[in-house]
Design a protein around this ligand. Structure first.
Ligand code: BG6
Ligand code: MG
Length: 218
């Protein structure tokens, strides 16, 4: 049986944390007098903490000293972690366990490929940590999505060639990273937003096991 590498983004794909990132960034942006819309938030999905704050400051035409920059990043994370603290398995997105179980049954290697530095903690909180053969997160990379580094490291850890890897992503930056890594990109979200993906599903409830089987055998 052929083996493929299945790489999952975390925020917005496995768990519904995208809403918490949004709330925390909105509070921070508004607190320094910068507007923050859902459309702008879309551009922060998959983007590292540092790059996200740089974008918000650019949108608001603000320049600040490094010290204040660091304080704002710490504040955002503190806020975000206050939401995470209350998380449990009920915040796993629909049918994610079904897909993971199927891949495990089919003996397919599975990795996380996330920009978040909180990824390991979140996976443990929702009880999915043990399901992954490899975990690559924001602590392991030097270049943020849309750079392919995070997914290329995951492929290496799984010992699967990049062209035999499949990436599940909810962000534009993540789909671009998967495409740049020469992997199959599967968007989880809206078709209009994730136009560059090879396939798009609104969520995992739309994805049949037969589709995954086709991916394994292609
Ligand atoms: C990504 C999120 O998964 O991780 C981004 O989509 C977030 O919104 C990024 O900025 C970094 O996460 P964290 O938890 O390290 O701030
Ligand atoms: Mg995401």
């Amino acid at each position: 049986m052929s083996k493929k590498g299945f790489i999952f983004d975390l925020d917005g794909v496995i768990v519904d944390t995208a809403k918490y990132h949004f709330l925390a960034w909105k509070k921070l942006a508004n607190g320094i007098g910068v507007d923050f819309t859902e459309t702008q938030n879309e551009q922060l999905k998959g983007v590292s903490r540092v790059k996200s704050l740089e974008k918000i400051l650019a949108w608001g035409n603000k320049t600040i000293l490094q010290e204040e920059f660091n304080q704002l990043m710490a504040k955002k994370n503190e806020d975000y972690l206050s939401y995470i603290a209350k998380m449990d398995a009920s915040e796993i997105l629909p049918d994610v366990p079904k897909v993971l179980s199927y891949l495990i049954k089919e003996k397919q290697p599975i990795s996380l490929g996330s920009a978040s530095k909180n990824a390991r903690e979140i996976l443990k909180k929702v009880n999915l940590y043990q399901q992954f053969d490899a975990i690559v997160d924001g602590n392991d990379v030097s270049k943020a999505k849309p750079d392919p580094e995070v997914f290329l490291i995951a492929a290496k850890l799984l010992k699967i060639k990049p062209e035999d890897c499949i990436v599940f992503e909810d962000s534009v930056a993540g789909i671009q990273a998967a495409n740049a890594a020469n992997m199959i990109s599967i968007g989880v979200g809206e078709k209009d937003v994730l136009q560059e993906a090879d396939y798009v599903f609104s969520d995992f409830t739309e994805m049949e096991n037969s589709f995954i089987e086709e991916l394994i055998n292609r």
